[in-house]
Design a protein around this ligand. Structure first.
Ligand code: AGP
Length: 609
């Protein structure tokens, strides 16, 4: 996610802006910049790379002024570069804007503004805001910002400066967090509390549809129609570390709870809600290529591989093309049979995993087209793939991958529908049902996470178990693998996932009285088979916690506990059924006193073999 800082007051703006942006670095970014209004003129310093580069440039060429805005960018539209860094200016260079979020209709707005003669200098969606403000400006900065944001669809937190307004800056919020910090003779704005914590604990939290005119001695909050809103200030009790985790105890828990938003952000701009179709403007793979495809490979590691397994099921089900899912560390050395003209899907949160990159390069060398699914815009996978689907999960700090996994699943589902649309293997009604179900996922993920307290109880009850098993069939088996990995990598409990149909081929020997087993029973067409498998393990006195669809009244008769996940399309249940397993792993690890965010022996990105 991008970081925003604004300042106006008695001190020089640059030191406050840089200090605030430094406190937002943990959010991850690829470029940074500031604009300051000094003596009635706007000065901007922005560039790709670390904040230290901006600091060095400003030391070499200082800019003075008591009002300014700053930004750290996590690229979503337009690769990391100096010209794509924020703040963005209009043609007249009299307005400067920073933005966090996604402007869904930026291409239409950009075309409209270009037809009016506006010249754009970046590939970003944000820049349309600065030209819209220029277009609407008639002497009132707040009024121009108000008009501009009325034209924008999507999610945003915005801060805007005007050269002719050295005594105020304007902020506005719709879906992306934005706060105003209240000081003595000075005021602040930020996308996140840590940026301003050293200066004030007294804040105004803007809600969606609210904006503020911030001056050194006053803050006026209004709605988007200009109606004044009285806001009660809040007082931040958190220390800095807690603030960086959004008040959660660990980054992992914060990121688990960011999933509804991450799913929404990853969906935005990829679904035509009227036609109920998937749209991938950035995917260059042609319909002819899709129609002629004979084989698809999926190559990844760890959690990304587990997402790839789900992708295999989805693509084979919807597109009817054979898919081979491989662990990258195996794929790269087994002299793989990859045909020219095939498609290789590379899944990687970091986009830098050594084995996965080696798999990408081997598949490319053999003539396969590469489609990358990654969370990091400027990563090696993003640069080397022929096509790119971005998971917009925002930076994932915890070693255990959570929100990246669910947005990888969503991206693979979107891809499967997109390919099925072009291959003609999906009926319009089936496609519409899937699209409708996807649009309901953010809210349903919220509901799934509401089980948190019950799951915490289970986790504390089972925390001393030596072995915990996960069983499922079809998509539920693929999710079982991820549930087991989450548990073992942060709680160090031996957790294994088995295809439920495999129990009688050996694993049943391990099932004795009291062994905890998570049984995933979300797939209707495999339900009876799964219940039979549950009965097999219950006959050996295992303790079974089932994950079942809401409304399923049968499963409870066969198991010890049931965790119900919101009912969605069977092909989408993995996105929801993993949530209770993530929470179980988290609370089991906490109960065992483990370092949840930094588990032993593991790194967030395995950039070496
Ligand atoms: C997941 O919880 C692990 N941290 C690990 O398996 C990870 O998924 C794997 O290393 C792949 O990383 P990537 O997605 O960045 O390529």
């Amino acid at each position: 996610m991008c970081g925003i800082v604004g300042y106006i007051g008695k001190n020089e703006a640059v030191p406050v802006l840089l200090d605030g942006l430094r406190r937002l670095e943990y959010r991850g970014y690829d470029s940074a910049g500031v604009t300051v209004n000094g003596r009635g003129k706007l000065f901007t310093c922005k560039m790709e790379g670390r904040l230290a580069k901006v600091e060095a440039a400003l030391k070499a060429k200082p800019i003075s002024g008591h009002i300014g805005i700053g930004h750290t960018r996590w690229a979503t539209h337009g690769r990391p570069s100096d010209r794509n860094a924020h703040p963005h200016q209009d043609c007249s260079k009299k307005f400067s804007v920073v933005h966090n979020g996604i402007i869904e209709n930026y291409l239409d707005l950009k075309e409209e503004l270009q037809k009016k003669g506006h010249i754009f200098s970046s590939e970003t969606d944000t820049e349309v805001l600065s030209h819209l403000i220029e277009e609407f400006y008639q002497g009132d900065l707040a009024g121009a910002v108000r008009e501009a944001i009325q034209r924008v669809d999507g999610a945003y937190a915005v801060a805007a400066l005007g050269e002719d307004h050295p005594d105020q800056f304007v902020v506005a919020r719709k879906s992306s967090p934005l706060i105003v910090g209240l000081g003595e003779g000075e005021n602040f704005a930020a996308s996140d509390i840590p940026a301003i914590l050293p200066y004030t604990r007294k804040i105004i939290i803007l809600e969606d549809g609210e904006m503020a005119v911030v001056e050194a001695d006053s803050v006026q909050v209004t709605d988007f129609s200009g109606n004044i809103i009285d806001k009660e200030p809040s007082y931040v009790q958190w220390d800095l570390e807690a603030a960086e985790k959004g008040g959660y105890e660990d980054y992992m828990l914060k990121e688990i709870h960011e999933q509804p938003r991450a799913i929404w952000d990853t969906l935005v701009g990829k679904v035509d809600r009227t036609a109920k179709k998937v749209i991938f403007p950035e995917v260059k793979m042609t319909p002819e290529f899709i129609k002629n495809l004979k084989k698809i490979h999926v190559v990844a590691c760890g959690t990304a591989y587990h997402a790839g397994l789900v992708g295999k099921y989805l693509i084979e089900k919807l597109v009817r093309i054979p898919v081979e899912a491989d662990l990258a560390s195996e794929f790269r050395y087994r002299d793989p049979l990859v045909e020219p003209g095939s498609l290789t899907i590379i899944v990687s949160q970091s986009g830098e995993t050594a084995d996965t990159l080696a798999g990408l390069r081997e598949a490319k060398r053999l003539g396969s087209r590469i489609l990358g699914i990654t969370n990091v815009v400027g990563s090696s996978v993003a640069r080397e793939a022929d096509d790119l689907i971005l998971t917009l999960a925002g930076p994932e700090i915890a070693v255990a991958s959570t929100k990246a996994y669910t947005t990888q699943l969503l991206s693979l589902c979107l891809l499967a529908i997109y390919m099925a649309q072009h291959k003609g293997t999906i009926a319009e009604s089936d496609r519409a049902a899937l699209v409708d179900a996807m649009l309901g996922l953010p809210e349903q993920m919220e509901q799934a996470l509401n089980m948190e307290l019950k799951i915490k109880e289970f986790a504390e009850a089972f925390k001393d178990c030596e072995d915990i098993f996960f069983i499922g069939r079809g998509l539920d088996y693929a999710v079982s693998l991820e549930g087991a990995l989450k548990l073992k990598e942060i709680s160090y409990i031996r957790a294994e996932a088995y295809a439920a149909g495999e129990l009688k081929h050996g694993t049943l020997a391990l099932i004795v009285e009291g062994v905890p087993i998570f049984a995933l029973v979300t797939q209707p067409q495999l339900y009876e088979k799964m219940i039979n498998n549950i009965k097999e393990v219950k006959a050996r006195d295992a303790k079974v916690i089932a994950l079942a669809n809401a409304g399923d009244t049968e499963t409870a008769k066969s198991v010890d506990y049931v965790l119900y996940i919101p009912k969605t399309h069977p092909l989408l249940t993995p996105i929801l059924s993993i949530a209770p397993l993530q929470l179980f792993a988290y609370y089991a690890a906490k109960a065992r006193g483990c370092d949840v965010d930094k588990p032993r022996n593991l790194a967030k990105s395995v950039t070496v073999e």
